[in-house]
Design a protein around this ligand. Structure first.
Ligand SMILES: [Zn+2]
Ligand SMILES: [Zn+2]
Length: 441
């Protein structure tokens, strides 16, 4: 994931944030800060340990065991093996109240680390049947450590906690590392929702964060409404009739048909969608067909991705893609079969009221360094929780303030690195959000 153009404004100029609804009273915020600061060395140690032992999607056994042991020590009610290798811990406050879920993702990526760190990863894992190098190149090691520390901070403040906190440690956010066991198999957030993670007790709201090198440490970036795009992968087969390249009239040319389809697809966003509402992207990243200059092949295979910031537009694009592909193929006497990998990720859409309500807390927890993020056309399965309950997902600045964010290695890069000072900012922000949310109406 990468953030480039940033529209930054001061948090308090966000029009929805007229008055702080329930800002953390200063005494509580101080206590959160000192507890988070006292845990900094341990939070960093957890992050380094997880970083050095990264695990691919649904293989997060070591990480899950580390998390579960910690949550059990804190006296939480802990469930393991949720939706795969997921772990859920429930912390009951001293008084009754709402139920808030906090989510971290635990999986790493098939990337070979190039960062020169004493705890750099040398780990291997299995990805789609092959042995690969594995690295926490998206910062999920940090997310896991932040949530472990947040659980400890909040467990220590149980007496001041009205309501319940559910800590969700989720596997497989980055998608599958092996072929699905059956068609439409659910993994990651969707598998955890299927396993009832938002029930018993029923969750009222959910918060999540992501480390982002596009922002300096100390900053958090929020956005009401869509913050991350939907992500859908598609495959298409265009079938014609094979013939000699010198006599194209004796066959049906799938290469020319596929070329027309590629161009036709590019008119969906540019000519057919209301772009004043939300942007969208249709990209074809792979096109393969033929094996010789003078043979018109039977088939062409294409693969691509679709991104949208509005879930109705997402569905509309898919419908228009089918119509476009089929109509162009029909006109050429060919056939086009379009398949979307199921399930894709919906857009991550922050609940506007919840975001407005929590904004003063984001500002207070960061001494006024909450900034408005632009939309980012990466995607996240945090959207799966938001499709069930109001949620807020925000970015946590990860780059050393002395460095330029524009030259920081992006998420998923082999040189992705974070400034670990970000971890404590994440802990105190998550803890402050929790106390404020539960102390609110
Ligand atoms: Zn990622
Ligand atoms: Zn990520």
């Amino acid at each position: 994931m990468r953030i480039k153009p940033l529209l930054l404004i001061l948090a308090c100029s966000f029009p929805g944030a007229v008055t702080p609804v329930h800002a953390v009273e200063s005494g509580l915020l101080k206590e959160i800060q000192s507890r988070a600061a006292a845990m900094e060395a341990r939070t960093i140690a957890w992050r380094r340990d997880i970083h050095q032992h990264p695990e691919l999607s649904n293989q997060e056994h070591r990480t899950a065991a580390l998390v579960a042991e910690h949550l059990q020590k804190l006296g939480l009610d802990v469930r393991t093996g949720v939706g795969g290798t997921g772990v859920v811990g429930v912390l009951k406050g001293s008084k009754p109240g709402k139920v808030l879920a906090l989510r971290a993702d635990m999986d790493a990526l098939p990337v070979r680390e190039t960062v020169d760190l004493p705890f750099a990863s040398r780990a291997k894992g299995r990805h789609m049947g092959k042995e690969v190098d594995v690295m926490h190149a998206c910062g999920h090691d940090g997310h896991t450590a932040i949530l472990m520390a947040t659980a400890e901070v909040l467990a220590g403040m149980r007496d001041q906690l009205p309501g319940t906190v559910k800590f969700i440690f989720q596997p497989a956010e980055e998608g599958a590392s092996e072929a699905p066991k059956h068609e439409g198999e659910h993994i990651g957030a969707r598998a955890m929702v299927d396993a009832g993670v938002l029930e018993n007790p029923k969750v009222d709201a959910v918060f999540g964060l992501h480390l982002m090198p596009g922002f300096h440490v100390g900053t958090v970036a929020y956005r009401p409404g869509a913050i991350l795009a939907s992500g859908d992968t598609f495959e298409m087969t265009v079938t014609g009739k094979q013939t000699h390249g010198g006599f194209p009239w004796n066959g049906v040319d799938p290469i020319v048909t596929a070329s027309q389809i590629v161009l036709g697809m590019q008119t969906i966003v540019s000519r057919q969608l209301d772009l004043s509402k939300e942007p969208a992207v249709v990209s074809i990243g792979m096109i393969q067909g033929g094996n010789r200059e003078n043979i018109i092949p039977e088939k062409v295979e294409l693969r691509g991705t679709v991104r949208a910031f509005d879930n109705a537009m997402r569905a509309d694009i898919q419908k228009r893609m089918r119509t476009t592909a089929q109509a162009i193929a029909q006109a050429s006497g060919a056939k086009a079969e379009l398949r979307f990998q199921d399930p894709g990720y919906a857009a991550t859409i922050n609940d506007e009221r919840l975001t407005a309500r929590m904004l003063p807390t984001l500002a207070q927890a960061t001494q006024g360094r909450a900034v408005l993020a632009s939309k980012l056309s990466a995607s996240e399965d945090f959207s799966e929780y938001q499709s069930k309950v109001p949620g807020m997902f925000f970015f946590l600045g990860a780059t050393d303030p002395k460095k330029d964010t524009a030259s920081a290695a992006p998420n998923h890069s082999p040189s992705f690195a974070i400034d670990e000072a970000a971890l404590t900012v994440g802990v105190r922000t998550m803890a402050a959000l929790t106390l404020d949310y539960l102390n609110g109406d």
